[in-house]
Design a protein around this ligand. Structure first.
Ligand SMILES: [Zn+2]
Length: 322
């Protein structure tokens, strides 16, 4: 008898829905762009409809659905799973769990996307069950999830892990959260184009062959590999900001593993991995850096779905879900 899990990952740019089996195999998956012209309730209902449709397509006689889980952007209040005021989606006070539980007709575990990804890395990463693990995504935005002593750490109200809003540049650029100088305001995918403009305005762009844009992480990465000075400068500066933030986390939490994911981090892996490692080690306490490994996840965009699976499988027994 197959045990099936329904999983959804709602991101700022795309929505993934999938049916997985209990071994972590994705049996069927659907991807669609995140709509910004619809009410949150409608978007969540569409996610539920997609999940039920996928289940119908892949289902066989005798299958049992073990449960459903969804990864959604924060801030997400805990334990109510209400999305409070998401700077990435522009949603306010959305009771995600209630809406999805009604839409699917079964209980749904709802967790902040970066926490789900941390669970994915913890259970399905290259070094499973590393008890002290920090997951960091550098994508459209920057976020994180903390596994401390083998448990997901949510903090008092559910707000832990907001690594993207650590201040790394006092009086720096305005962030989506309304404050200034957050890591996300200087290192996220969505601010790369603005930073290229600034480089050009500052005289860096004379020999740039980037073309008219728009520039995303991929275009900048390609230009940096060709030796473009402005692109290299943006990549280097991003690495420094990330390194500074990670070193602060390493000094605070002494993790064994820092796992990087997200389209920017993964797309730039060859460009930043060794310099990021150097940066962090030069800024962290030697004791804290002694056992530290910084990895780029191989789970790709499935990491959130695998986290959803882990959340369902381990909700009653394993560490990580409490
Ligand atoms: Zn911020």
């Amino acid at each position: 008898m197959r045990q099936l899990i329904l999983a959804a990952d709602l991101g700022a740019t795309k929505i993934l829905t999938a049916v997985l089996d209990s071994s972590g195999r994705i049996l069927i998956q659907e991807k669609s762009p995140t709509p910004y012209d619809q009410e949150p309730v409608k978007v969540l209902e569409q996610i539920c409809a997609s999940l039920l449709g996928l289940q119908q397509q892949v289902g066989q006689e005798g299958d049992r659905v073990m449960g459903a889980a969804a990864a959604v952007p924060g801030p997400l209040s805990f334990p109510a799973a209400v999305m409070l005021d998401s700077p990435n989606l522009g949603w306010k006070e959305v009771p995600v769990r209630d809406i999805m539980t009604e839409g699917l007709g079964m209980p749904v575990i709802v967790e902040k996307d970066t926490n789900m990804a941390a669970l994915g890395a913890y259970y399905f990463g290259s070094t499973p069950f590393s008890p002290n693990l920090i997951y960091i995504t550098v994508s459209t935005g920057v976020g994180g999830g903390l596994i401390l002593d083998g448990r997901l750490y949510r903090g008092q109200a559910g707000g832990a892990g907001e690594i993207g809003h650590m201040v790394v540049e006092r009086n720096g650029p305005v962030c989506g959260c309304g404050r200034r100088g957050c890591l996300e305001a200087v290192a996220a995918g969505r601010v790369l184009a603005r930073r290229v403009e600034q480089m050009r305005a500052g005289g860096w762009g004379a020999d740039m062959d980037l073309g008219p844009g728009p520039w995303g992480a991929r275009e900048l990465g390609e230009a940096a590999r060709r030796g473009d000075r402005a692109a290299l400068a943006v990549v280097r500066e991003t690495t420094q900001f990330l390194g500074q933030a990670i070193a602060n986390l390493v000094n605070l939490f002494n993790p064994q593993l820092v796992v990087l994911g997200g389209s920017v981090a993964q797309g730039w892996r060859d460009l930043i991995s060794s310099s990021l490692d150097e940066q962090v080690r030069s800024l962290a306490f030697p004791l804290n850096a002694r056992d530290l490994r910084i990895e780029f996840t191989d789970l790709g965009e499935a990491i959130g779905l695998l986290g959803c699976l882990a959340a369902v499988l381990h909700k009653e027994r394993g560490p990580g879900i409490n």
